[in-house]
Design a protein around this ligand. Structure first.
Ligand code: NDP
Ligand code: 2IT
Length: 447
């Protein structure tokens, strides 16, 4: 890090000392911007690094809801509106007991650069709550979402801030949130949320977009850097939620085999390959635990504990569950076992030492803010469809996604090459994402 970046980073560290995930995300971005910042003195003159690490607005609120037994519960809600230089705040909502301000801030910070990489006009934001959706009835989920939106509705809008899904938030939750927003505001603002159902303004291929986009990126990376592809590759995917499931589907379409998938309790392994239709039905329709899969597929075995999944050799690793699931030890195991490529479907699934180890080992590495940008990219297309009151076909959306994910991959690795660091996709992604936002901030003045 150069002196300016170091000074700002020390300041952020002092001010946000109790936000380890946020600091981790900032450190990664700052480390890769050093040479770029050296060449651009206007960044320091405009205090860009100081400004980009401080959210424009940070909202914390009480969410009160009543469970099916008439017991009242209190959760904490968040919406961090991080940066609006290139468009309205945009980013998902996460419902998970681990949610705190540090996690929402790291996600919001990453979202600034990811959204910039999509090429669409979206700023960065993120929100959520420490509410635990596991084991809750439909009506409990609905009442929570309504009470969450009771506060959130006054802070969002089609041209202000557009939330979507993330961990624990899928089409069901977006439906309840949209219904509540409409009621409170008495306005059908279709584009105020994305990931909606197809009957009321959702986009075809949004559900598939993050997982499909991840595979389009990784396939392009394999082709560009190693004249290779998913064909005949053994793939391991962590998680079995929205991102993991549709990554699994696309891996098969591209000729690979998915050997293992997980949830937070454990993982299933089958040398014949995890069956997509079976696992999709189990996880998406039945909301069952992954252990149930082994009861339905005689070739599969269930193992308790989710981290063990990475001890199994594979050609391609796609972490699609949560942050910091791959540490340096796991990274070393993966490399020792011959992994060729790592593609991040989850946000920040690798710790910084793990990331650096992959890059130093010349493993093809697809960093989250580029590789999982397909979800928010199609959210941007959903907003465009809502604004024009039109609905595009699955093929139109999927073709756009495919082409643009490949374009992002090209951009990221071309920049890495320009900086004489051809495997450093983290540098490529951070510089590419940052440049546009910084220029927009400078153009709009000190504000
Ligand atoms: P889902 O809620 O659909 O699925 C999450 C999956 O990850 C589940 O299998 C869950 O297991 C597992 N998981 C969650 N938290 C943990 C944890 N603390 N430890 C171990 N496993 C965990 O979420 P998504 O698929 O939407 O999101 C997955 C990742 O992808 C997240 O990092 C998210 O930020 C990122 N992402 C999502 C996008 C989207 O469009 N949805 C876009 C870009 C990134 P269990 O059921 O046991 O909790
Ligand atoms: O991390 C992410 O990019 C998401 N959860 C999707 C955000 C969005 O607005 O579609």
């Amino acid at each position: 890090m150069n002196d300016y970046l170091k000074r700002v980073y020390e300041d952020v560290k002092r001010r946000d000392a109790n936000e380890p995930e946020f600091l981790q995300a900032v450190e990664e971005v700052f480390e890769s911007l050093s040479e770029y910042v050296d060449k651009h003195p206007e960044l320091e003159a405009n205090a860009i690094m100081e400004r980009i690490t401080e959210p424009e607005r940070s909202i914390e609120f009480r969410v009160t809801w009543v469970d099916d037994n008439n017991i009242t519960h209190v959760n904490r809600g968040y919406r961090i509106q991080f940066n609006s230089a290139i468009g309205p705040y945009k980013g998902g909502l996460r419902l998970h007991p681990s949610v705190n301000k540090s996690i929402i801030k790291f996600l919001g910070f990453e979202q600034i650069f990811k959204n910039s990489l999509t090429g669409l006009a979206m700023g960065g934001g993120k929100g959520g709550s420490d509410f635990d959706p596991k084991g809750k009835s439909d009506s409990e989920i609905m009442r929570f979402c309504q009470n969450f939106m009771l506060e959130l509705n006054r802070h969002i809008g089609e041209n202000v801030d557009v939330p979507a899904g993330d961990i624990g938030v899928g089409a069901r939750e977006i439906g309840y949130l949209f219904g509540a927003y409409k009621k409170y505001r008495n306005s059908y603002d279709a584009g105020v949320l994305t990931g909606k159902g197809l009957e009321y303004g959702g986009s075809l291929a949004r559900k598939e977009a993050t997982g499909f986009g991840l595979c389009y990126f990784v396939n392009k990376m394999l082709d560009k850097m190693a004249k290779d592809s998913f064909k005949d590759k053994k793939v391991i995917i962590s998680g079995s939620g929205n991102v993991a499931l549709y990554a699994c589907k696309k891996v098969y379409e591209l000729g690979g085999t998915v050997l293992a998938m997980s949830d937070s309790n454990g993982y299933v392994y089958s040398s014949k390959g995890i069956k997509f239709d079976l696992i999709r039905e189990l996880k998406e329709d039945k909301r069952a635990r992954i252990s149930e899969y082994a009861k339905l597929d005689k070739d599969a075995t269930y193992f308790e504990g989710s981290k063990g999944i990475w001890n199994n050799p594979c050609d391609i690793a796609l972490p699609c569950a949560t942050q910091n699931e791959i540490d340096l030890d796991i990274a070393k195991t993966l490399v020792a076992n011959g992994v060729k490529a790592v593609g991040e479907g989850a946000n920040m699934p690798c710790t910084l030492p793990a990331t650096n180890f992959f890059i130093e080992s010349k493993i093809l590495y697809a960093p989250a803010k580029a590789a999982n940008a397909g979800g928010v990219m199609v959210s941007g297309l959903e907003m465009a469809q809502n604004a024009s009151r039109l609905a595009w076909s699955f093929e139109e959306v999927d073709n756009y996604l495919h082409k643009q994910m490949e374009a992002i991959c090209d951009k990221v690795f071309n920049i890495a090459k320009d900086y004489d660091d051809p495997f450093n996709s983290v540098k490529g992604a951070n510089i590419a994402g940052f440049e546009k936002v910084a220029k927009a901030m400078i153009a709009q003045g000190i504000i």
